[in-house]
Write a protein that binds this ligand. Structure first.
Ligand code: ADP
Ligand code: MG
Length: 263
């Protein structure tokens, strides 16, 4: 069964139609990479999935449950947003770590806040915090930052900061982990270490939606490729379909330009 179903999502900013009837679905454990020119709506789509933007129209289902339907007010209330957001994790282009917290604190903060709201927190506070700390250390270890848990963001390279951001997202155990151009703020020599972590997550069958300009990487790790052109899905299929046999001339030109620049 599909873990994520996105059905005819539209997003308008005033009279600007940024997303037009975007639909796709993802099975548990699949990786979908979203590619397309700058301004085609990729970030807006990820922001809609994370409810940082509210879609103008459309339906989002997670595990078969409708978590958002623009036509059903019962699913669109502000009070629902936090619960809905829990399904998704987000890794931003610019890391967005708290500068005043260590790597470990950045990773554990949201979990601590969540646990505080659970019944019985006060009585078991010490054990719970200890447990979260151990989990945080294990997650940081899994992204290769065992030695850096007590470092502050300014003491870490961009690649290390982005790996902390990935660990922070993993810590919340989202159903779907989203990445918005996770390496485009990094120097080329640091890109590889972040892609390596994402590749490992794909190998572990983490369900992911990745916006990226790293075409070769997208081709290698993805089960599905979605090509967005001015807010429309113009290609949607396996990496082989999209890279070898694009249906649109515009896609072919886009890919050709990309691979020519890379040469
Ligand atoms: P991409 O990530 O593919 O580069 P974006 O989703 O950032 O594209 O932007 C798609 C279009 O939506 C652009 O024309 C952008 O200017 C517009 N847009 C994005 N966010 C807003 C906003 N908050 N208000 C108005 N227009 C926006
Ligand atoms: Mg963007």
């Amino acid at each position: 069964m599909a873990i994520l179903e996105v059905e005819k999502i539209r997003k308008d900013f005033g009279s600007l139609e940024v997303l037009r009837d975007v639909s796709f679905s993802l099975e548990k454990g699949e990786t979908l990479s979203m590619i397309g020119a700058s301004g085609s709506g990729k970030t807006t789509l990820l922001r809609c999935l994370n409810f940082l933007e509210r879609p103008t129209a459309g339906v989002i289902r997670v595990g078969g449950e409708v978590i958002f339907d623009a036509a059903d007010p019962a699913t669109t209330g502000e009070s629902e947003i936090r619960r809905r957001r829990m399904h998704f994790g987000m890794v931003f282009q610019s890391f967005n770590l708290f500068p005043q917290y260590t790597a470990l604190q950045n990773v554990t903060l949201a979990r601590e806040l969540k646990e505080k709201e659970q019944p019985g927190y006060k009585e078991h506070k010490k054990e719970i915090l200890h447990q979260i700390r151990e989990e945080g250390e294990a997650v940081l270890d899994s992204v290769g930052l065992k030695e850096k848990v007590d470092y502050y963001p300014h003491q870490l390279s961009g690649g290390q900061q982005q790996r902390v951001a990935i660990a922070r997202a993993l810590m919340m155990k989202p159903d779907i982990l989203c990445f918005d151009e996770p390496t485009s703020a990094l120097d080329p020599e640091l890109t590889g270490e972040v892609l390596k972590v994402i590749r490992k997550l794909a190998g572990q069958r983490t369900t992911m939606v990745i916006v990226t300009h790293e075409m070769q990487f997208a081709r290698e790790v993805s089960d599905k490729i979605l090509f967005l052109d001015s807010g429309l899905v113009t290609e949607y299929g396996t990496p082989e379909d999209v890279f070898e046999r694009p249906t649109q001339e515009r896609t072919r030109q886009f890919l050709e330009r990309y691979f020519e620049d890379k040469r």
